[in-house]
Design a protein around this ligand. Structure first.
Ligand code: MTE
Length: 312
């Protein structure tokens, strides 16, 4: 989190396949090129094919997407190294099959989901969302996923549920970064229940028409587009509904620098740098950062009456 961003121009190569696919979608075709995905296949085999039955989301931005190469080779994933180039290399052999996701806590129906069962019958959407990192760079990524609210509704939160706590896998054998105390492992994140239920909040299982690459958080990661990227926790194994605001990795590590809310806010600086401007990866000039990362119309109401300097 501490390095200023540097992407070599050679890393940014346009994804011809994607552009072609996008033209197909713009032409109104709902089925993506590449054929349907058989959910009967084990996950790694599915990873070789493209995802099927995906519909484009009306919640997508129309901005130009960041090239595939940058999205998948300029990552933050401390379980697989602290340099941006590390995760693509170090997570290459990470085993994500089988995978289970436990949903419990203040819910009427706690359940351990096999990823297969979770995705069976799920309508996946392609949603082109911005990701704005606290370090000052941003990307526009065509995620594939489904609303977190779908899963939470199935668990049926009790009246006590006020927050949602997320946990990444803890397995230092498979996640070598966890052998060092760089962060308090496992990586943890949290949302207020209304933020978690918001339709913009998704669980992503793919990007650019493909199964999520390991470095981007396979097999399942959170995407909360109006918050700084560190809220978008990767490789989730547990989602717990809780009464109190849960501890989160970066606010445990540096509470003055990273708050629980972490809403993208150009008015609230990081103690060591301004958050007014950002560099969209692939662009030369910086652009102005928008309140709530450009999603103010949809989410500002969640924070009405709150002092966002205090609750940063
Ligand atoms: N999740 C885990 N488990 N470990 C991490 O180190 N990094 C976060 C977030 N999720 C991180 C994580 C940060 S700081 C960012 S900016 C985003 O992932 C980056 O997502 P991307 O690599 O897919 O762009």
């Amino acid at each position: 989190m501490y390095q200023p961003p540097q992407v070599r121009p050679s890393e940014i190569t346009p994804e011809g396949v994607w552009q072609q696919r996008r033209r197909i979608m713009q032409a109104g075709a709902l089925t993506l090129a590449g054929g349907a995905l058989s959910l009967a296949l084990p996950w790694p085999a599915r990873a070789l094919t493209t995802l099927g039955r995906i519909r484009p989301s009306p919640l997508s931005t129309r901005e130009e997407t960041t090239p595939w190469k940058a999205v998948t080779h300029y990552n933050n994933y401390y379980e697989f190294g602290t340099d941006k180039e590390d995760p693509a290399e170090q997570a290459a052999g990470f085993q994500t099959d089988p995978w289970s996701l436990r949903v419990d806590g203040a819910v009427h129906h706690p359940r351990t989901w096999a990823l297969e069962d979770l995705l069976r019958g799920q309508t996946l959407e392609e949603r082109i969302y911005r990701l704005r990192c606290v370090e000052g760079w941003s990307m526009v990524i065509p995620w594939i996923g489904f609303p977190l609210a779908d899963l939470l509704r199935q668990a049926d939160p009790t009246g006590k549920a006020k927050y949602v706590a997320f946990e990444t896998l803890y397995d230092p054998k498979r996640m070598p970064g966890q052998r060092w105390p760089i962060l308090k492992w496992p990586y943890r994140e949290g949302l207020r229940l209304d933020e978690a239920m918001h339709p913009l909040t998704i669980l992503a299982v793919g990007l650019y028409g493909k199964v999520l690459p390991n470095q981007n958080g396979a097999p399942i990661r959170l995407v909360v587009p109006w918050k700084y990227g560190f809220k978008s926790i990767k490789a989730i194994v547990r989602i717990r509904l809780v009464e109190e605001q849960p501890p989160t990795t970066w606010s445990l590590a540096a509470p003055r620098e990273y708050g629980f809310y972490a809403n993208v806010n150009p008015e609230v600086d990081h103690p060591r740098w301004s958050q007014r401007r950002e560099r969209r990866i692939g662009e030369f000039f910086k652009r102005k950062t928008l309140m709530f990362n450009g999603y103010a119309e949809q989410v500002a109401g969640l924070y009405r009456g709150m002092d966002l300097k205090k609750y940063f």
